[in-house]
Design a protein around this ligand. Structure first.
Ligand code: FES
Length: 106
C-alpha cells in the first residue's frame, strides 16, 4: 500500500507499507522527520499529527472523540483534515493516500 508523506518543507516521501500498519509506525519506520509519535500510539501525546489530503478524507474518516480531545494538545493548527497518525491503519482502499505534516509536533 503506497503512502506519501509531505514534510512541512515540501519534501515528499513515498513508501510502501503493509496492510494494518498505522501511519505513525510507517512514518517512523521510514525516518519521516515530521512525525514523532512519542507515546507509541496510545493516544496520549498528539505528536503524530497529520493532515489527510482531501481526496482521501471521506475514506479515512474524521477523528473520534478521544482523538479529538488529544488533538487539542497538538502543537500546530488543527484543521478539519487533522488526524493523529497512530489512529489510522492503512488498508488497500487507502493506497496512494497523501498525508501532509505540520511544521512542529511539540
Ligand atoms: Fe501518541 Fe499518536 S503517537 S497520540
Amino acid at each position: 500500500i503506497e503512502v506519501t508523506f509531505v514534510e512541512a518543507c515540501g519534501k515528499r516521501i513515498t513508501v510502501q507499507a503493509a496492510e494494518g500498519a498505522t501511519l505513525m509506525q510507517i512514518a517512523r519506520d521510514n525516518d519521516v522527520e515530521g512525525i514523532r509519535g512519542e507515546c507509541g500510539g496510545s493516544l496520549a501525546c498528539a505528536t503524530c499529527h497529520g493532515y489527510v489530503e482531501d481526496t482521501f478524507l471521506p475514506e479515512v474518516g474524521g477523528a473520534g472523540e478521544e482523538e479529538s480531545e488529544m488533538l487539542d494538545f497538538a502543537a500546530c493548527e488543527v484543521k478539519p483534515s487533522s488526524r493523529l497518525c497512530c489512529q489510522i491503519a492503512v488498508r488497500p482502499a487507502l493506497n496512494g493516500m497523501v498525508v501532509h505534516l505540520p511544521e512542529a509536533q511539540i
